[in-house]
Design a protein around this ligand. Sequence first.
Ligand SMILES: Nc1ncnc2c1ncn2[C@@H]1O[C@H](COP(=O)(O)OP(=O)(O)OP(=O)(O)O)[C@@H](O)[C@H]1O
Ligand SMILES: [Mg+2]
Length: 475
Amino acid sequence: MLTKGRNDAAQADRTFRVIVADDDPVTRRVVQQALNQHDVEVQPVKTCAELHQSVAADIDAVLLDLWMPDQNGIECLRQLRANGFDRPVVMITGEQKAQHAVEAMQAGAYHYLLKPLDTEEVYLVTRQAIRAYRERTENAGLREALGSSALEREWIGSSAVSRKVLATAHRIAQSDATVLITGETGTGKSLMARMLHGMSHRAAQPFVTISCAALPRELIDSELFGHEKGAYTGALRERPGKLEIAGAGSLFLDEIADLPLSVQPKVLRALQEREFERVGGNTTHRVAARLITATNQHLEDLCRRAEFREDLYYRVSVLRLHLPPLRERIDELPELVSHFLKKSRHPSGEPVSLDKKAMATLAQYAWPGNVRELQSVLERAVTFAPQPLLGVADLQLAPPLTAAPTASLAGRALAEIEAQAIRQTLDACAGNVAAAARVLGVAAKTLHRKIRTVCPRDGQSDHSAPVQKNAVDYS
Ligand SMILES: Nc1ncnc2c1ncn2[C@@H]1O[C@H](COP(=O)(O)OP(=O)(O)OP(=O)(O)O)[C@@H](O)[C@H]1O
Ligand SMILES: [Mg+2]
């Protein structure tokens, strides 16, 4: 008999239930024989349509043939996932083609079995699939039991401002409603999106990100919703979109202000009707994922200028979470500094720290690039500091972006002023071109071009700011 999980009191005295979906009667019979002798109840179905109707909360696993009469098995699996079915699915295939097995695993299958089926293997793989699911959910349960506090510790800052942010985040994480995270660049919106997912009941499901600013406009539709083979020139194979891949997890739509107007009606429908089709496809897919969005722009202004649909704005901002800039929680500076310096060691082996004057200088700075900029200033200081105690001289802070008196600009070539603005903004944004482009109000591609033409030295990676690990790479 299949050994039941130790902590699974609720299920301790119930028989495991498995569905075998195959139009071939021989396969259905072999699976029934293989599992019935271990006290596993097997429900045979002949079509995917029947399978979709039969999956229920008490089904422990599905064994699914890759070639079903009414739907491709992988397609069927994706639909099960999109509908929120998270139990293990084992694919059965008659062809020994690794490509199909790989595709099936990518689509979320636990494993695959090759025909002709071996009864012992059927039993062992099914048992392993159910056990692995158990372990995964028990771990998620453990995370819940520990409370979200472990996750909340990822957020550094314990001032009243941060405490309020975390309390709101905690409540938002319990809901399934769409959330809009706002805040300047580098305030931790992406970090918070991951935290909201991790604190939610969807934590064991995928967390999938799509950045609207980082993708060429014409690709966003297919990236989000997927496409069918031949949907457009170059679409050589069918491909699921991020919304499908997210399944019953969370889809993080970053920089939503950059979502092209042409795609907005489709996103609105996905939120309102909870359904969508792939580009070039007719099959309607259900949306099971929760949508988390973020922006550092004023969506209300964009709506007024008709650059963002008002109906979509109301849909995405059902819940809102604003992350205040670092200058409004500057009393958290010592905590953040010690967090970022925690792992730094001077070549002498001594831990790195800041002297009082340096800390005071940091506290007076405006931090236009917020926490990301702080992280980068410290990284730079640690790299070049001659001794483990950092002083003011070791800090290279970007000059204020807007403080230069207008008179000093008079008589200077426009190109020179532009180049300086670009360099300073890139510095403030720790070399992150996408973030700098948003601050400067231009598209990232435009900024890339300008870096090459207006300040070519920077284009040859002569830029002093180290490029962040999370910087978007457009090259
Ligand atoms: N409160 C915080 N505690 C610890 N790390 C933080 C905090 N806020 C931000 N960070 C770190 O700062 C960096 C920038 O944060 P993040 O990428 O989340 O900012 P963002 O608001 O999404 O920026 P952008 O608008 O440019 O996308 C990341 O490395 C992140 O982990
Ligand atoms: Mg971000």
